[in-house]
Design a protein. Structure first.
Lengths: 127, 421
């Protein structure tokens, strides 16, 4: 079954890049350009994993993550930001992974694969 | 004997500023109904002029901890008003504060699912304050404790989390989380409310629900717990056993009490009968919990009321205003009535030829002439009509009021008894 990934990021070029790379890896990709759109897309599309930017116009990604986890506490979320400083922010610690944006998408793709594999091997409730 | 001075010599005063206290004050206290009809358990009046939360808050202040967040939820109005009126003694210029925080619904859309979820939903506050260590307390308990002892031990052992424990008899183990300890007081195992222990067997080590965490470990643990859907989202049930299994440094601190009592005292007032017993203890000549111990004062909201007054020294058909073995709060007038083994909250009035025995009357209760009140808890503002009897005819009491297994009568706040027979 094809896994569905939701990318929430306000940078269009980055969303395009991630879409291409993740589709090459065999994933289906859904995009959202704002946190609010991301929450709506989550509710409608029920993705298997979310890649979430933090700094976006309007609501930020940390708040969007909290709201999404309130609806589904188990959906894996990867925070993906250009700023390493959010790593120490306690409100980012509910995320499954934190990947800093860089020229190379390899770490992000590796993290996505790893989290999805882990989910398949775990029983209900475990993380 | 001032034990605190010697015990905490190693703790630098600035260290206390690295600690934030969360007081969990959302308890419904269903088994204390009807005292919890309009208020949460920590807001239930106790000892005449106090509320249950005052004991924990006094422990904080006496321990020098002045960064406190009181997490409320259920029927919080009474509690928030009490904290506002009674506990505004913090200097914000010095970084001191007490906040009452209702559920923010910032992270969750529901009320707190458990103790760990309460902290998860307030991670934002931890990010704002960035304390090195976080003390988690319950607003439901009656005890004196110097949290500095616990902090000193927590730091010395370099613990990830320190749990306050007390030894309880095996017959009480089924009410507690029971801990297994290694030779250096490290926690090696948990059993939640074990039912299979020999009641005559050796005492067990019980979890008091007082936790001191390294804040990073706390945030990690509650975030991990929040991502699971197979837990109670509770520290005792889930988070602490999980930390022990994961090999974290979980240390047990043996509760020693504070103040000048010879024996440390701790109590979770869970039921109306327990509430009554704890109240009767306060009255006794040598109480286990002494409100008059000035070395570890318990404070509360100041009461603006004149002194208690006793009138009628006898004469007309035994009309004597008197109280024996009782606590009588300011503003009370014992006017020709007889009070024995009772606690009168502020502003009660006991009228002529009435009898109040083995009873707890909260603020503003009026007992009419010739009325009898025995073995009863009367909540605020109730007017006992002249000649009315409570605690005399058990069948009549059961028809009209809440009556406990042991036959105590409880009458809720503001209940109108006019016309009841």
């Amino acid at each position: 079954m094809m896994r569905r990934i939701l990318i929430v990021d306000d940078e269009r070029h980055l969303r395009l890049l991630y879409r291409r790379e993740l589709e090459d890896d065999g994933f289906q990709v859904v995009e959202a350009a704002t946190a609010e759109e991301g929450i709506r897309a989550f509710e409608q599309q029920r993705p298997d994993l979310i890649v979430m930017d933090i700094r976006m116009p309007g609501m930020n990604g940390l708040e969007a993550m909290a709201r999404i986890l309130d609806k589904d506490r188990r959906v894996p979320i990867v925070l993906n930001t250009a700023f390493d400083s959010y790593r120490d922010d306690f409100t980012s610690w509910a995320a499954d992974a934190y990947v800093t944006k860089g020229p190379d998408t390899e770490e992000l793709k590796r993290t996505v694969r790893k989290l999805l594999e882990e989910r398949e091997h775990l029983g209900p409730g475990e993380l | 004997m001032d034990r605190t001075a010697t015990r905490n010599a190693s703790l630098h005063p600035d260290t206390l500023k690295t600690v934030l206290a969360f007081v969990l004050a959302g308890g419904k206290g269903e088994r204390l109904y009807p005292l919890t009809k309009d208020r949460s358990k920590p807001a239930v009046p106790f000892g005449g002029t106090y509320r249950i939360i005052d004991f924990t808050l006094s422990n904080c202040v006496n321990s020098g901890l002045k960064r406190i967040c009181v997490l409320t939820q259920y029927k919080a109005h009474s509690l928030m008003r009490h904290v506002k009126e009674g506990w505004h003694l913090f200097a914000s210029e010095l970084g001191e504060f007490i906040y009452t925080i209702p559920p923010q619904l910032r992270v969750g859309s529901t009320w707190y699912l458990g103790t760990a979820d309460a902290i998860y939903q307030n991670v934002y506050t931890l990010e704002e304050e960035r304390p090195a260590h976080t003390l988690i307390l319950s607003g439901d308990h009656i005890y004196r404790m110097d949290y500095r002892d616990m902090l000193a031990e927590h730091l010395e052992r370099e613990a990830d989390v320190t749990i306050a424990v007390l030894e309880v008899p095996a017959r009480d183990a089924s009410r507690f989380g029971v801990l297994e300890l290694g030779p250096n007081q490290e926690v090696t195992g948990f059993r939640e409310k074990p039912q299979d222990l020999d009641p005559e067997g050796p005492g067990v080590v019980a979890n008091m629900g007082v936790y001191l965490f390294r804040t990073d470990v706390l945030v990690q643990s509650v975030c991990r717990d929040a991502r699971r859907d197979d837990t109670h989202h509770d520290f005792g049930h889930d988070v602490l056993p999980g930390l022990v299994r994961a090999g974290a440094r979980v240390h047990a601190h043996v509760f020693r009490g504070a103040g000048s009592a010879a024996m440390p005292f701790w109590m979770d007032i869970g039921t109306l009968d327990a509430y009554f017993d704890a109240s009767q203890d306060l009255i006794s000549v040598s109480p286990q919990f002494n409100l008059y111990d000035r070395s570890w004062p318990i404070r509360s909201a100041a009461i603006q009321a004149p002194p208690a007054k006793f009138v009628f020294a006898g004469g007309e058909k035994g009309r004597i205003g008197e109280a024996h073995d009782s606590l009588v709060s300011p503003g009370c007038i014992v006017s020709g009535g007889h009070v024995e083994r009772a606690i009168l909250g502020p502003g009660c009035r006991i009228n002529s030829w009435s009898v109040v025995e083995d009873a707890i009357l909260m603020d503003g209760v009026e007992v009419g002439r010739h009325a009898i009140v025995r073995r009863a808890i009367i909540d605020k503002g109730v007017r006992i009509p002249p000649g009315f009897q409570v605690g005399v005819d058990p069948d009549a009491d059961r028809r009209r009021f809440t009556v406990t297994e042991r036959g105590l009568v409880a009458i809720p706040k503001g209940e109108n008894l006019e016309g009841l027979t």
